[in-house]
Design a protein around this ligand. Structure first.
Ligand code: PMV
Length: 366
């Protein structure tokens, strides 16, 4: 029994334990897009992404025994700034995962996160940010209870918890190619968590580049969650979900076969479909900018001229991701520097590529 400042007498499950855990978790870019969800953050269709390397979030989670009746988030900062709107979102997230991690109510928490990419770069940060928090909380559980005991269960739980914060975050806990959502072709796939897809990847697709061209860095005028909810009344929704299932199955085959032409076809069709869904929602909206379209035209011309299998893809915004087998890096870099950088805001682009997935940062690393 412990007598707290607030006068409550209560059993403290972890009276002495204070400490911190820290994870670096990457962003990811979807090749087959998740767009449309059901209650409980269940995707309407499976999606496939690649996990990035340079674009990541580092999160430090500090914990100490709760001073009040129940633990609270006492501090939150992003890029060393205290942002009340973000703190509120993280507070809500922690209560949403309270049943999964019941010990959280016994601790006061502080969270400080830093992104490797500028806050205003237009890169979706929710995947890296929410996966980093989910990994920290799962690490805390492992530290307290030695469970989840093996890496397989650890990452599966982290992916499950990350999904609750942001669907695409479920995919960020694994390196390389990642599938989230139940797909007939992959026996252990599930709507509740992602699974890595790296067992059967052709050499051509093992090491991929992602050049992120920052066309516009303003905040999104329509949030992803609003976009997902507009899919409920989108007239093309049923056909779209079926198309995404087909693209998922086909992309899995293409990745194994090393078929670069078909890879480009699927990836670009997915990007175009995502934005056509936004335009055909009610109210419809357009996130593309003139620079986005100019880049797309130049990429297609470059492909015709050089036969380099360079595909563009888009997130829910105007910035363009150029995806390509890493061995073509020099010619893609030349294309960007000579023709595309004029369409980038302040000439900015990020030379990213597939990464090793999240890492726990221990004291000896810092
Ligand atoms: O995870 P959310 O809710 O931010 O949705 C992400 C949706 C897209 O980025 C457009 C596509 C995807 O699969 O990542």
């Amino acid at each position: 029994m412990q007598n707290n400042d607030d006068g409550f007498n209560r059993v403290t499950a972890f009276p002495e334990i204070s400490g911190s855990v820290q994870w670096r978790s990457p962003s990811n870019i979807a090749l087959v897009k998740y767009w449309g969800k059901r209650k409980g953050q269940i995707p309407e269709n499976p999606s496939i992404s690649i996990t990035l390397k340079k674009s990541h979030t580092e999160t430090l989670l500090g914990y100490s025994p709760a001073k009040g009746q129940s633990g609270i988030l006492t501090g939150f900062s992003l890029d060393r700034r205290e942002l009340p709107a973000f703190k509120e979102r993280i507070d809500r997230y922690l209560s949403q995962i309270g049943d999964l991690y019941p010990f959280l109510k016994d601790f006061d928490l502080t969270i400080s996160s830093t992104n490797s990419f500028p806050h205003s770069s237009g890169i979706a940060s929710s995947a890296s940010a929410l996966s980093a928090i989910a990994l920290c909380v799962t690490s805390m559980e492992r530290m307290l209870f030695s469970s989840p005991s093996d890496d397989y269960s650890f990452f599966r739980k982290a992916s499950y918890a990350a999904r609750i914060g942001s669907g695409s975050a479920a995919r960020s806990v694994y390196p390389g190619y990642v599938l989230w959502g139940s797909a007939a072709e992959i026996p252990h796939s599930a709507n509740e968590y992602a699974v890595p897809l790296n067992d059967n990847i052709h050499a051509e697709f093992k090491d991929m580049g992602d050049a992120i061209l920052i066309v516009d860095e303003s905040p999104k005028p329509v949030s992803s969650s609003k976009g997902h909810s507009l899919m409920e009344s989108n007239p093309w929704a049923t056909v779209r979900y079926r198309q995404a299932e087909m693209h998922t199955g086909r992309l899995i085959e293409v990745l194994a076969a090393g078929d670069a032409e078909e890879f480009v076809r699927i990836v670009e069709k997915e990007a175009m479909t995502l934005h056509s869904l936004m335009m055909s929602s009610y109210p419809g909206y357009i996130l593309l900018k003139p620079g986005t379209l100019q880049i797309i035209e130049k990429v297609r011309q470059f492909r015709l001229d050089t036969r380099v299998p360079l595909a563009f893809t888009l997130d829910a915004g105007p910035n363009v991701h150029l995806i390509y087998p890493a061995r073509f890096r020099e010619s893609v870099k030349n294309l960007i520097e000579q023709q595309l950088v004029v369409h980038c805001s302040k000439g900015r682009w990020i030379d990213d590529n597939t990464g090793e997935g999240p890492v726990e940062i221990t004291e000896s690393d810092s």
